[in-house]
Design a protein around this ligand. Structure first.
Ligand SMILES: Nc1ncnc2c1ncn2[C@@H]1O[C@H](COP(=O)(O)OP(=O)(O)OP(=O)(O)O)[C@@H](O)[C@H]1O
Length: 616
């Protein structure tokens, strides 16, 4: 019979170093992790069935916050930085046994979860397209996990627009002429009113204007660019346009940096386009190209693609961009950073796509560094810049914590957090934990260790096959493996309900990546927790992290401020100098290029933007 975590810790003796040394009752003698507060105690000492509750990860206002929360290290120890000594690092001692355990409130069916089901199924699994336009589809397809949006969280979010003749925002979907079929789908999706970015961006795009839009993670940007595209195609499709055939001629192109995000956008677009007659086709690498070619041959109105696979299809002359009237770059800053720029420029500027001014172009992201704005503006014509959210406004939804943890203690600390998280999960619910690491190898190693310790974990990174990546994501989404260890491939755009906790096991080098990573929780106005493990190696991030946390009303530990002060000579700042400069402001206002005009005011009559950067 499978063991729960509680059972497994109560039946054995705990040693000083946190390793369970032996088993009673004839059960396996596997070493396991023991939370620090149980170490050195005899078995059964904990009333909590072995569940550690000594790490306070409760979001603001949540009940059950533990008054014995780990305090930030005092600034004086260790030359101004106190270190977490973590005497209970149990890792490395694992037996290699493939544990089977029930997790939290899940059924405990005893299914093996190691490696997230790798190799469980043979052959390529294609996602069924439940939103195909050519068959009867039950309305419940729209019920997929939309738990509603907490609009109160956006009450006084400041908004800045700049550019000429900015169309005014709307308060309801009914004020906009989106067409009956799309309105019906909005109703089916249970979107009762537009989010702030939708209120502003939809009228701008419906007016045919180019747009550079910056709004917080999880605030509904996907619908903000999909609705105007669908409404625009429904209003005005060129007569006699060939739809199918050997060379696909999409009317709209949506580019996004990762396969998973591309797939997610396509699913959303299919939902929004249900019964409109508009065909959405998705193309991304790692999936068999012949299936995608077959879909393209059947006709495409909206093509959602990753740059790599699209380049391949363009080279094969299976796609022409000559009819593209709408171009959207989601996560536009990522699309144009060093890695992607040449490929994107080739697609947008050197193939047969109509030039800026003839097509309508929309760029969206939660972060928009100024230098990237400059690059991106090459694709736009007389555009409007939209920034929704003053620094820190909606990210107060995400409680950010930074813990000083040496590399050797990270696993032990992670275990504490996972225990605390599982203790806080509401009855009957599995809360998901997303753990970011720097390398693919590191991801595999951590997943392996977690599994050996009895925690259902899986992993997503660039070395896994697309099938494995999709399987891992599905297994995480559904709570089968409620811990996902990921590299930055999962940092952007993924909308996974119930991610309660994002752990930056390794911090990224760039503060914008941090912003996107933590944005996997606290979505759609809901709260979330993000914990970062920080040590000397992350010193270059101290200043921007401190600024970011201060701007979003987070408690900044004194030791981190010390790091930031030390790093201020040559360190990176969000506001000035090198490194990652988040551009919540239209770079044209800073003398970059002509522009200006527009209105400049707060949402709900709120105050001005005040010159601070909008960010996630
Ligand atoms: N008007 C609305 N009413 C209710 N829910 C909404 C509305 N608009 C979007 N949502 C939901 O909010 C969630 C977040 O939306 P979305 O994924 O588009 O965010 P995003 O801004 O693109 O985030 P990211 O920056 O991380 O990519 C989704 O689950 C979506 O279904």
């Amino acid at each position: 019979m499978p063991l729960t975590w509680g059972e497994s810790t109560s039946e054995v003796v705990v040693t000083e170093n946190g390793i369970i040394a032996g088993a009673t009752g004839g059960r396996s003698a596997r070493p396991s992790y023991v939370p620090p507060h149980l170490r050195g105690r005899p078995q059964g000492a904990s009333a909590g069935g072995g569940v550690s509750n000594n790490v306070d990860i409760a979001p603001k206002g949540s009940t059950g916050a533990n008054p014995n929360a780990i305090a930030a290290p005092g600034p004086e120890a260790n030359g101004g930085i106190a270190t977490r000594t973590g005497n209970g690092s149990a890792w490395g001692a694992g037996s290699g046994v493939n544990h089977v355990a029930s997790w939290g409130n899940s059924s405990g069916s005893g299914r093996g979860y190691r490696h997230g089901g790798r190799g469980r199924r043979g052959g390529w699994e294609r996602e069924v397209n439940p939103f195909a336009n050519d068959g009867p589809v039950a309305e419940n397809i729209f019920e997929a996990e939309n738990t509603g949006i907490n609009f109160d969280a956006y009450e006084d979010i400041p908004v800045e627009t700049s550019g000429n003749n900015v169309p005014p925002p709307v308060n309801t979907f009914a004020e906009i002429d989106l067409g009956a079929a799309l309105n019906e789908n909005i109703r089916r999706c249970k979107y009762t009113k537009p989010t702030p970015v939708q209120r502003h961006a939809i009228p701008i795009s419906l007016n045919g204007r180019d747009l550079m839009a910056c709004a917080q993670t999880g605030s509904g940007k996907t619908a903000a660019f999909c609705f105007p595209i669908i409404a625009g195609i429904m209003r005005n499709t060129p007569p006699g346009r060939p739809r199918g055939g050997r060379k696909a001629l999409p009317l709209a192109l949506i580019l996004s940096p990762t396969r998973e995000l591309t797939s997610q956008i396509s699913d959303e677009a299919k939902k929004f386009a249900y019964q409109t007659g508009i065909r959405v086709v998705v193309c991304y690498g790692g999936a068999p190209v012949h299936n995608q070619l077959r879909e393209l041959e059947r006709g495409v109105d909206i093509l959602v693609a990753t740059p790599g696979r699209l380049s391949d299809l363009l080279e094969r002359a299976r796609v022409s961009l000559s009819m593209v009237r709408y171009l959207t770059l989601d996560e536009a800053d990522r699309m144009l950073d060093m890695g992607f720029e040449p490929q994107i420029r080739r697609i947008v500027e050197q193939m047969d796509m109509p030039p800026a001014g003839e097509r309508q172009t929309m760029l969206f992201s939660a972060t928009f560094p100024r230098e990237i704005q400059r690059l991106a503006s090459d694709f736009l014509s007389n555009y409007i810049f939209l920034a929704v959210g003053r620094v820190g406004s909606s990210t107060e939804l995400i409680v950010q914590r930074v813990e000083y943890v040496q590399d050797a203690d990270k696993r032990s600390m992670l275990m504490d957090l996972i225990h605390a998280q599982s203790a806080l999960a509401p009855p009957g619910q599995t809360s998901l934990t997303l753990v970011f690491v720097e390398t693919k190898k590191g991801a595999d190693a951590l997943e392996d260790w977690l599994c050996r310790m009895g925690f259902p974990a899986t992993t997503i990174h660039g070395d896994r096959s697309q099938q494995e990546r999709e399987h891992a994501l599905r297994s995480f989404r559904t709570g089968v493996t409620p811990i996902l260890v990921a590299t930055d491939v999962a940092a952007r755009g993924l909308d996974i309900p119930h991610v309660a906790h994002v752990v930056n096991f390794d911090l990224p080098n760039d503060i914008d990546d941090y912003v996107h990573r933590i944005g996997r929780t606290g979505r759609a106005g809901k709260s979330g927790v993000a914990t970062a493990f920080f040590n000397e190696k992350d010193q270059s991030l101290a200043r921007s992290l401190t600024e970011l946390m201060t701007e979003s009303s987070q408690e900044v530990p004194g030791w981190l401020t010390n790091f930031a002060t030390r790093a201020s000579y040559g360190g990176r700042s969000r506001r000035s100098g090198g490194g990652s400069k988040f551009g919540g402001r239209d770079f044209r206002r800073e003398g970059g290029r002509g522009g200006g005009g527009g209105h400049h005011g707060g949402y709900n009559g709120g105050g001005g933007y005040g010159g601070s950067s909008a960010w996630d």
